[in-house]
Design a binder for this molecule. Structure first.
Ligand SMILES: O=C(CO)[C@H](O)[C@H](O)COP(=O)(O)O
Ligand SMILES: [Fe+2]
Length: 216
C-alpha cells in the first residue's frame, strides 16, 4: 500500500518544505497535478516546476496530466524528471500512441479515467501501463467529496489484473480520507493520493499514519 500526497494542497510558496515534510512523514510517491485550464477549469504548473522539485526529494514523482492532447508535452515532463506520467483517456484521440511515447521516453506509463468513464474504455491499453488511476472526484480541484460509485471500477480493475495476468498498480485520487481509503483498499486499490487531508492540517505526519492505519 502506498501513500501519494498531492502537492496541489501544499503551500506553493514553500514547495520544497512541504515535499520534504511528507517524505519524512513516510510518503511513498509525490503526486503532482498538472492542469491546463482547458481539460479542467483550473491552471496549476508545468514541466519547469517538475524540474525544480526533482532534486528536493528521492521519492518518485507521480505526474497526473489534466491537459488536452498530452502527447504535446510527454517529452518535456520526461526530461523534467517525472517517474510516472499519467494521462487521461478523455484527453486524447490517440491514447495508445501517448502511452507508447511515455514508455519510449523511459518513464512509467499511467492511464486515468474520470468518474463517468467506464473501465471498458481503457481495456485495450491495460497491458501497456504500469499504473491505472481511478478518479474518485471530477478532476480540477482539491477538497471535493468522494464519489462512491467509483468503487466498482476499482474492483473491476483488480479482477481484470488477475484475469489478464498483469501487474499495474491501481491508484485512487480525490476525496481520500481514512474512511474512503478503507473502502478503496477493500475494493483493491494499492496507491492512495491525498491532498487536502494531508496538507490542510497541523499534523500531516499523523494524517499519513491515519491513512496507513485505515488501509493496512
Ligand atoms: O487530481 C486531483 C484533482 O483533480 C488531486 O490529486 C486531488 O483532488 C487531491 O485532492 P483531495 O485529496 O483534496 O481530493
Ligand atoms: Fe491528481
Amino acid at each position: 500500500m502506498k501513500i501519494a500526497p498531492s502537492i496541489l494542497s501544499a503551500d506553493f510558496a514553500n514547495l520544497e518544505r512541504d515535499i520534504v515534510l511528507v517524505e519524512k512523514a513516510g510518503a511513498d510517491y509525490i503526486h503532482v497535478d498538472v492542469m491546463d485550464g482547458q481539460f479542467v477549469p483550473n491552471i496549476t504548473l508545468g514541466p519547469n516546476v517538475v524540474s525544480a522539485i526533482r532534486p528536493v526529494t528521492k521519492l518518485p514523482l507521480d505526474v497526473h496530466l489534466m491537459i488536452m492532447n498530452p502527447e504535446r508535452y510527454v517529452e518535456d515532463f520526461a526530461k523534467a524528471g517525472a517517474d510516472f506520467i499519467v494521462v487521461h483517456q478523455e484527453s486524447t484521440l490517440h491514447l495508445h500512441r501517448v502511452l507508447q511515447m511515455i514508455r519510449n521516453a523511459g518513464v512509467k506509463a499511467g492511464v486515468v479515467i474520470n468518474p463517468a468513464t467506464p473501465v471498458s474504455a481503457i481495456k485495450q491499453v491495460l497491458k501497456m501501463v504500469d499504473l491505472v488511476l481511478v478518479m474518485t472526484v471530477n478532476p480540477g480541484f482539491g477538497g471535493q467529496a468522494f464519489i462512491p460509485e467509483c468503487l466498482a471500477k476499482i474492483e473491476e480493475l483488480a479482477n481484470l489484473r488477475n484475469e489478464l495476468g498483469l501487474t499495474y498498480e491501481i491508484e485512487v485520487d480525490g476525496g481520500v480520507v481514512p474512511e474512503t481509503a478503507k473502502l478503496c483498499a477493500q475494493a483493491g486499490a494499492d496507491v492512495f493520493v491525498a491532498g487536502s487531508y494531508v496538507y490542510n492540517s497541523d499534523a500531516p505526519k499523523e494524517r499519513i499514519q491515519a491513512l496507513r492505519d485505515a488501509i493496512e
